[in-house]
Every structure is written in C-alpha cells, then in structure tokens.
Write a protein that binds this ligand. Structure first.
Ligand code: GLY
Length: 298
C-alpha cells in the first residue's frame, strides 16, 4: 500500500488515508477522506472552507477524483458553499453519467445529494482577503491588475492525494488562486492537468499555478514520459523544466510542484520552488515520511 501527498498539511491527509487503508477501506475512500480533513480545516487559505475568496469576495472551489482501475473520474469547479468538494466530485463520478459539473449547477447537484453546505467566506478568510486586496492593488478587470495572480503572490497550495492498494486512485482539491477572476478554474479539477491515475501507468498530482499545469497537461504528461523510458524522477524534473522554459520565455513567475508515482510505486517529485512531499509505504516503514522534492531553480 502507498499513500502520497504534499506540503505540511498533507501529513494529516496521509494519516487519515492510511487509517482507512489499514482498516480495509478502498483507495477511493482513502483519497476522499484524506482530502476531506484538509477541506474542513478553517486555517488553510488555499483549500476548502478556509480558502481565500475570489476578486469579488466569494469562495469558489475546485476538485477532482480519479479511479485508476477503471479510468472513471469526476470533477467540480467554481462551486460555492459545498463543504467537501472532493466528495461532490466523487458523486459526479459514481452517481451521474457525467465527468465534470460546474458553478451553480454543481451546487444544485450537491443539494440534490443532500451534501453539507456552509456559509463562506469564513470571517478570518474574508479579513485576509480584504488585506490582500489592498496589498496587491487590484484595481479592476484589466490584465495588469491580475498579472500578480500568476506571479506567486497569493497561495495556491492545493491538497492532492494518491493512494495505491491493488490499483491507483488520485484526488485534488483547491480553492484556487486567492482573488482570482470569478469563474476562473485552475488545474485541480482538470483531469490530466492537476491529476491523473491509471493502473497501466501510475498516478500524478500537481500543485502550484494552475494555468501552467493546464497548458502542459502536467499530470498526464508526466505519466506519458514514463512510457518513453523516463524514471519517475526524470519525468517530474522534465515537467518542471518545461514550466521554467515557459516562465523564462514569457517572463511570468509560474510555479509548479509535481509528484509522480510509477507502477512499481517509485516516487518522483520536483518543483521550481522549495517543496516537500509526504508519503507512507506499507512495505518500507510504519512511519509517514516527509521529503524534499528536487528543486529546479526557475
Ligand atoms: N493549483 C491550484 C490552482 O491553480 O487553482
């Protein structure tokens, strides 16, 4: 069994997911419940209910889940009020014939499934939003005002989890870039960009500025590179090398972190900022380990 996530808060997600796998739970439960722990954490400003609002002061959430055994997947984007977006993404996958539901209709679906709702933004998150809005001096809907959103100023630390037990599953959930243009969707709910899982190939999860992960179809690209003979580490590094190339060419401070797992459960991780990934492998140790990803200076 293997569980992988990233950032300090990923430790809590891995703990929860491990508990589920050790109690004979399914990998989808491990991914969902692991991510739920972070989605309900009021102190995290880049995921779930604690997330920073968009430019208009509203919290819009993105999430997706994928089952590598069947290639089934589900996603929601720009959904408001839903306490557990990853659980709604799973409902889309399991209870509808569709893959991706967005905006007000995603909330409508959540109501249909009687999923938990919450008034957002939370007070602390709204206060932070007001402060940041002043700091970054966004004046309106013009390109220059919003340029900072791709420039690493405001948090984009998504929660991503990969679980393996006789098959792969992956999930990602995020409130997206703080102060984003309303309706903006990041990489987290985009299958192939923010995540991918396939028993044939492995699994990958991304975090960072979603726009560049979408442009590079980062998660799926990393798995395609494995098929070309790259190791997990080389594959993760190659994705970040491509990010850095665009970053230099366009002079936009795109940041990205990626974790790639191959069929043999090797883990590769790279980022163009200081980034740590976290994992538990039932074969190696009872401990949850926290490691530095390869750093490729931009
Ligand atoms: N990676 C999260 C986002 O850009 O929305």
């Amino acid at each position: 069994m293997l569980i992988v996530s990233y950032y300090n808060f990923g430790i809590k997600a891995v703990e929860k997911a491990r508990e589920i796998l050790l109690h004979d739970g399914d990998i989808l439960d491990a991914v969902e419940k692991g991510i739920n722990v972070i989605e309900e954490d009021e102190t995290i400003r880049s995921v779930g209910i604690g997330g920073l609002p968009n430019f208009e002061g509203e919290v819009e959430l993105d999430a997706a889940i994928m089952d590598g055994r069947s290639l089934k997947c589900g996603a929601v984007a720009a959904v408001k009020r839903v306490k557990y977006p990853i659980s709604l993404a799973r409902k889309v996958m399991e209870e509808t014939p569709h893959v991706f539901i967005v905006g007000d209709n995603a909330l409508k679906l959540a109501k249909f499934f009687r999923m938990e709702e919450i008034d957002l933004p939370l007070k602390e998150s709204y206060e932070e939003y007001l402060k940041k809005k002043k700091e970054v001096d966004i004046k309106g809907y013009d390109k220059e005002s919003f340029r900072h959103l791709a420039e690493d100023v405001i948090g984009h630390d998504t929660i991503g989890v990969i679980a393996f037990k006789e098959g792969f599953a992956a999930g990602v959930s995020s409130s997206g870039l703080g102060l984003k243009i309303p309706g903006r969707v990041g990489d987290s709910p985009i299958i192939g960009a923010g995540l991918y899982a396939s028993n044939e190939e492995g699994a990958a999860i991304c975090t960072g500025v979603g726009e560049i992960a979408i442009r590079l179809v980062a998660a799926k690209t990393s798995l395609d590179l494995l098929k070309l003979g790259y190791s997990v580490q080389e594959s993760a590094r190659e994705v970040i090398r491509r990010v850095n190339e665009i970053r230099r060419r366009e002079n936009i401070k795109y940041s990205l972190g990626i974790v790639v797992v191959d069929k043999d459960l090797n883990i590769g991780a790279a980022a163009n900022y200081k980034f740590k990934y976290v994992y538990w492998n039932s074969n190696d140790s009872v401990e949850i380990l926290f490691e530095d990803a390869d750093f490729l200076p931009p």
